[in-house]
Design a protein around this ligand. Sequence first.
Ligand SMILES: Nc1ncnc2c1ncn2[C@@H]1O[C@H](COP(=O)(O)OP(=O)(O)OP(=O)(O)O)[C@@H](O)[C@H]1O
Ligand SMILES: [Mg+2]
Length: 253
Amino acid sequence: MSTSNELIRVKAATGIEGLDDILDGGLSCGHLFLLEGEPGTGKTTVALHFLLAGARAGECSLYITLSETEHELRQGARSHGWELPDNVCIFELTPPESLLNAEHQQTLLYSSDLELGEATKQIFEVVERVKPTRVVLDSLSEIRLLAQSSLRYRRQILAIKHYFVRYDATVLLLDDLTTESLDKTVHSVAHGVIRLEELAPNYGAERRRIRVVKYRGQKYRGAFMTSPSWVMACMCSRAWWRPNTEVPTSDSS
Ligand SMILES: Nc1ncnc2c1ncn2[C@@H]1O[C@H](COP(=O)(O)OP(=O)(O)OP(=O)(O)O)[C@@H](O)[C@H]1O
Ligand SMILES: [Mg+2]
């Protein structure tokens, strides 16, 4: 049995051909990955692709959303022509009361500990119920907001990581990079980091780019995928290889 075949078996393909090429088959099963990018760079699109690829393989997937409503998510998926099957569950985690109610925030002893605990409890409960093998958490900004301090945020991310490792689920945490601090907590905790970028040069067309910035236990392949639109990127199979890195030949692929 060849090593590459063994490797492919333990990878969860994202379903985006070019990205799977860059990732050498996909995301390592049972590990936690970070998908980061400014708002509108395509995180949800990539995440839905990842869950749909799992669903096609008969896996059960879970999309935990704190930033978009279930209705918005389904509408967005439909705009791409995707109908989410029953084995892709969406769980809408509503923000705690005190985040929505300004009066509540001012008059009550601020209870972020309780709120963070409640949010995590709800996440763990839905995981126990659905038993997914692929999980998306959208997005970390809300968790960071609830955690308030970087110490509590790091603890929370570690708790989430260890919980999912026990369940052998492959987890994609989305981060829209909207918080001011340059907190690298998740970069250090995650098994791999993928970055989405929107490039708006002074001359020439705007482009979107996807780049793997970290991948533990795997040779760095230094490739990226770029496209004028995500819809195109998700359809096209090309990955672009940086000069001086190993370019797979048709024999080796
Ligand atoms: N059906 C579609 N056809 C063409 N382009 C689309 C379609 N749906 C989304 N897009 C484009 O893809 C971009 C990325 O959308 P997506 O919702 O995946 O981004 P995101 O990173 O999750 O954004 P946010 O941080 O706001 O959640 C959108 O800004 C839009 O320009
Ligand atoms: Mg999104």
